[in-house]
Design a protein around this ligand. Structure first.
Ligand code: FAD
Length: 309
């Protein structure tokens, strides 16, 4: 430990986990600094929509004093869930829960949201960032490795050569965490499933049929180790995942250049031969092009020994 009255707390990663941690510490009068490799808060697209459950995400936001702000930005209607057959017919349509079905907030507390409402990941991140003391997040700080010094103290080495010593290092740097390497040899492995992400802008006007098929929440059409998942985001955007159980290098094996939109579209249409033309339009009517997203997961169970600092 340092001789100053407060420990030097370094949180690696300005995602929902790291920012929530920093906010709760600050609410308790404990200072912490967050380091993120992104050049700024707007350096990249912040992805789709996350559902917040009463016992986890909403609980953390209550501890952070941000539940009201969350409720104001959340989309309870986003809990609608629709299952569609490969022929394009709606097989199951679950409406979002009403407040009086579960007695007000899902956990019965004032200010709680109903059920597991959705929020855009980017909006959630903004809400957390805006709640922190100015200067809490240091952007453009990519952690390269963590060096143990004396017991409990670690030196953080950043990619730009800078170093910082910390009494407590909190690894919130996501699935490919650099901090985790100090504790565990586990690495994420390919799940066998790849999503190709695409999207529809101004969907209700420009893609009315696809927007109607999606509904207000999530639509899934899954069959034969393939499927479409369409998710309503804010600002009339629909985010679409075209999923396949396939090899990690499916595109290379097929001799496909991922930047060649026409070739990717043709390859996806071939994968979904025999599916309803109504669903195939999720592939053809893209406004965003195609982003290949192979899915990885850490082994389960995953534990590590207690390590001071
Ligand atoms: C850009 C992005 C988009 C996503 N989109 C979706 C989505 O559409 N749907 C969905 O269900 N889930 C999505 N996820 C995943 C989901 O949001 C995660 O489950 C959730 O974000 C986990 O939160 P976290 O704070 O633990 O980690 P993350 O959100 O993964 O945040 C980790 C942070 O650590 C930073 N970081 C990583 N390595 C380093 C390093 N070496 N040095 C410094 N900083 C580092 C990253 O820049 C990132 O800001 C997305 C995640 C990210 C990062």
């Amino acid at each position: 430990m340092s001789t100053s009255t407060q420990p030097r707390i370094a949180i690696i990663g300005a995602g929902p986990g790291g920012l929530t941690c920093a906010r709760i510490l600050q609410r308790h009068g404990i200072s912490a600094t967050v380091y993120d490799r992104d050049a700024s808060r707007s350096a990249r697209d912040q992805g789709g929509t996350l559902d917040m459950h009463p016992g986890s995400g909403q609980k953390a936001l209550r501890e952070a004093g941000l539940l009201d702000e969350f409720t104001a930005s959340a989309r309870p209607e986003g809990q609608q869930m629709r299952l569609v057959g490969r022929d394009g017919r709606v097989l199951f349509d679950m409406a979002p829960p009403e407040a009086d079905e579960i007695g007000g907030g899902a956990d019965g507390e004032a200010g709680a949201a109903v059920g597991n409402p959705e929020i855009d990941r980017g909006r959630l991140r903004d809400l957390l960032l805006d709640s922190l003391h100015p200067g809490t997040v240091r952007w453009g700080r990519k952690l390269a490795h963590v060096e143990p010094l004396t017991v409990g103290v670690h030196r953080l080495h950043f990619a730009d050569g800078a170093t910082i010593d910390a009494d407590l290092v909190i690894g919130a740097d996501g699935a490919w965490s650099t901090v985790r390497r100090r504790l565990s040899d586990a690495t994420p492995v390919y799940t066998g499933v790849t999503f190709v992400e695409t999207g529809l802008d101004d969907a209700d006007t420009r893609h009315a049929a696809l927007a109607a098929l999606t509904g207000d929440g999530t639509m899934m059409a899954l069959d034969d180790n393939r499927g479409f998942i369409a998710q309503r985001n804010s600002h009339r955007h629909v985010r679409v995942y075209v999923g396949m159980r396939t090899g990690e290098n499916w595109h290379r094996d097929a001799g496909l250049d991922l930047s060649d939109e026409v070739a990717v579209r043709e390859a996806l249409l071939k994968e979904f031969t025999g599916w309803s033309p109504d669903l195939l339009r999720f592939i053809t009517d893209t406004d965003t092009g195609y982003t290949n997203r192979p899915l990885y997961a850490l082994p389960v169970p995953h534990a590590w020994p207690h390590t001071p600092g």
